[in-house]
Design a protein around this ligand. Structure first.
Ligand code: FAD
Length: 428
């Protein structure tokens, strides 16, 4: 009855994994509640692969949260978080199971904010009428239907809007003394993946190939978090295949029937425009004493808010998660579990206080049973940059998803080392 109450907001990758890691390290010393506005987890990174294979991601990529969490004695509430009051340790929410529910409050001893971001398509003029994307079930299926029914084989543009990184990381140093980097796009693995797998789809369906596709970035270098060497290798391969590349576009200004206009004045003509927006913080997080200038939750490298030490953040909602990558969020969830265990006297400081050292892991589908594999920490101050491509890397991507679903989101400790072995050594 008197167990500390840990409230985890968000039930996708970072929320589910934080709750599981807290249970793992704290045992039954805590009561855990997860809240999400929907009652399933969506395995977002595999949406492009499913869409280009003609499958509905709602059928193949969702996992029910209630029963998944119940197997670890974790409560689940399907509710929309409306407000957080960090001084009175209270969260206001509206249950979302049926319309008309009354706003309700819940108190916590520990709070983990794992609410992801709002993908701001609504800030791109003309997107609703002329744009496509692949970031969720609805948009993924729209693109799938468009490709099969309406696409005539004209030029394609794939690009990202400008990311507005807040000031929440300005004092953070990584890998010793490396200043925290600044990103101009929130997450550019998906555009690279979509460029490669769409070209395979186009060839297979007699609609042309890479030379019809232009990939754009607001930054000087696309997917710069993958490391300069890796990106330059990728760009050399892509230009050899015939892809067109435009950098330093600035933000997306407008989407029209004829193409995409960028803030730097450039227009790219296209029939199909696949766009990735700014990953913005949820409006109700802006202006809170735990948030940075853009509404991302401020933490140190142990995922703890410096002013409110009972508040943690993990995943895309955290200011320190740049770029917005599930793999970085995954590293953070273990830290959150260990920190709360330390507070409760279940783990010593030496074991618990292992700081975040972000690593970009990305396995992107290329279609035709091929994938690229990137493991890199050089952008953050480390010295590793690995790029591999092939069928083994594709199998790894698919097996990772299968294992995730089979183990209800719990990836075994050996999983990462095994992935590195398969992705980088065995079949490379
Ligand atoms: C196409 C695509 C491909 C990607 N590929 C990769 C990849 O290969 N590797 C990789 O590492 N990352 C990849 N990413 C990024 C990855 O998907 C995200 O980093 C990851 O989903 C972040 O997890 P999260 O739990 O922090 O946020 P999310 O997955 O966004 O989850 C947030 C959760 O919070 C809930 N929520 C939001 N607001 C509220 C509210 N007010 N009340 C209640 N609940 C709320 C949502 O319903 C959701 O379940 C990809 C992203 C995209 C779009």
């Amino acid at each position: 009855m008197n167990k500390p109450h840990v409230l985890v907001l968000g039930g996708n990758f970072a929320g589910l994994s934080s709750a599981q890691e807290i249970r793992r390290y704290c045992g039954d010393a805590v009561k855990i509640t997860v809240m999400d506005r929907k009652n399933y987890l969506l395995f977002i990174p595999n949406i492009p692969a499913e869409v280009f294979e003609g499958r509905d991601p709602a059928v193949t990529l969702t996992m029910p949260l209630h029963e998944t969490l119940a197997s670890d004695q974790i409560d689940f509430i399907q509710g929309q978080v409306e407000a957080i009051d960090v001084d009175s340790k209270r969260v206001d929410f509206v249950p979302t199971e049926r319309p008309g529910a009354a706003t309700t409050s819940l108190r916590y001893d520990y709070l983990v904010v794992a609410l992801g971001n709002r993908l701001a398509f609504d800030k791109i003029e003309g997107f609703a009428e002329h744009g496509h994307t692949i970031t969720d079930i609805y948009y993924g299926n729209e693109l799938r239907h468009y490709l099969h029914n309406d696409y005539k084989g004209g030029p394609v543009v794939i690009g990202s809007a400008l990311f507005h990184q807040g000031d929440g990381t300005q004092n953070i140093k990584l890998y010793g003394d490396h200043p925290f980097p600044r990103a101009e796009a929130a997450c550019e693995g998906p555009p690279v993946e979509v460029m490669l797998s769409l070209a395979t789809w186009m060839k297979k369906h007699g609609k042309g190939g890479p030379n019809k596709i232009t990939v754009t970035t607001p930054a000087a270098l696309i997917a710069e978090d993958a490391g300069e060497e890796v990106v330059n290798q990728l760009l050399t391969i892509a230009s050899g295949m015939g892809f067109n590349y435009v950098n330093k576009t600035g933000d997306i200004k407008r989407v029209t029937a004829d193409g995409v206009e960028f803030v730097n004045g450039q227009n790219v003509a296209a029939e199909l425009k696949i766009l990735f927006p700014n990953w913005a913080a949820h409006d109700f997080l802006k202006g809170l004493p735990i948030s940075d200038s853009e509404g991302f939750i401020i933490t140190d490298t142990l995922m703890r808010n410096p002013k409110y030490p009972e508040v943690f953040a993990a995943g895309d909602a955290a200011a320190i998660t740049v770029p917005k990558l599930g793999a970085i969020g995954h590293q953070q969830c273990t830290i959150v579990g260990r920190q709360i265990a330390k507070d409760l006297g279940h783990m010593g400081a030496e074991e618990a206080d292992q700081e975040l050292e972000p690593v970009t892991y990305c396995i992107g589908d290329m279609g035709g049973g091929q994938a690229f594999y990137i493991r890199s920490n050089s952008w953050f101050g480390g010295d590793e940059q690995v790029l591999k491509m092939g069928h083994a890397q594709f199998l790894l991507k698919m097996q990772y998803k299968n294992l995730f679903f089979r183990n209800k989101g719990k990836m075994p400790d050996w999983g990462l080392k095994f992935s590195q072995l398969v992705g980088e050594k065995l079949f490379a």
